[in-house]
Design a protein around this ligand. Structure first.
Ligand SMILES: Nc1nc2c(ncn2[C@@H]2O[C@H](COP(=O)(O)OP(=O)(O)OP(=O)(O)O)[C@@H](O)[C@H]2O)c(=O)[nH]1
Ligand SMILES: [Zn+2]
Length: 184
């Protein structure tokens, strides 16, 4: 990210909105906002393989579900937050990954300008490719601030998306098993 350009863009936006950019409260705002976006969008520079590359051998592991992984992302249409929980289920082959790496993978894809569907799909794709698993299912439930604080203004409305790869694809019984575990 170009910090200087981002700061100037925030200054321009504030001016366009009719603000006095020289008043005390706003003097450091362009710098703060540019730094904030650097943090919120840090996932763009991350390769998920960094997290998923370190694996441990296992024999005969059954289904693994890591649920209720909280995340914050930014919707690419309005640059407003959407936030909620991601749940990742996968059926290992003969390797597993450290549990924290699943949450790190969520962070990698949440910290970008996103669509919820795309974020789930990217997480599923990364796990499928890196872990050589038999199948993966990513369920995300989130509240979109562009749906709640502006526009149609429906506070409390939630969006759930499901992304699948491998054995979960088109197997509604397996998907149902994961959904019921998430609900417990
Ligand atoms: N499918 C999907 N839509 C999203 C997501 N985040 C925001 N949106 C929607 O993106 C759409 C953008 O619609 P537009 O008509 O281009 O923009 P808008 O005039 O601001 O739309 P309103 O929100 O209806 O006021 C809206 O319907 C949002 O609810 C997402 O993650 N996935
Ligand atoms: Zn939006």
């Amino acid at each position: 990210m170009n910090q200087e350009k981002a700061e100037q863009a925030v200054r321009d936006l504030l001016e366009a909105l009719g603000e006095d950019i020289h008043r005390d409260g706003l003097i450091e705002t362009p710098k703060r906002v540019a730094t904030m976006y650097q943090e919120l969008l840090a996932g763009r520079a991350e390769d998920p393989a960094i997290h998923l590359g370190k694996r441990f051998p296992v024999e005969g592991s059954g289904l693994l579900l890591e649920k209720d992984i909280p995340f914050y992302s930014l919707c690419e249409h309005h640059l407003l937050p959407f936030y909620g929980t991601a749940h990742i289920a996968y059926l290992p082959g003969n390797e597993v990954v450290g549990l924290s790496k699943l949450a790190r993978t969520v962070e990698t894809f949440a910290r970008r300008l996103q669509l919820q569907e795309q974020m789930g799909d990217q997480i599923a794709e990364a796990i499928m490719n890196e872990l050589h698993t038999e199948g993966v299912m990513v369920v995300i439930t989130a509240e979109h601030m562009c749906m709640t604080m502006r526009g149609v203004k429906k506070p409390g409305s939630k969006t759930t998306t499901i992304a699948t790869r491998g054995i979960f694809t088109d197997d509604f019984a397996r998907q149902g098993q994961v959904l019921s575990l998430i609900g417990q």
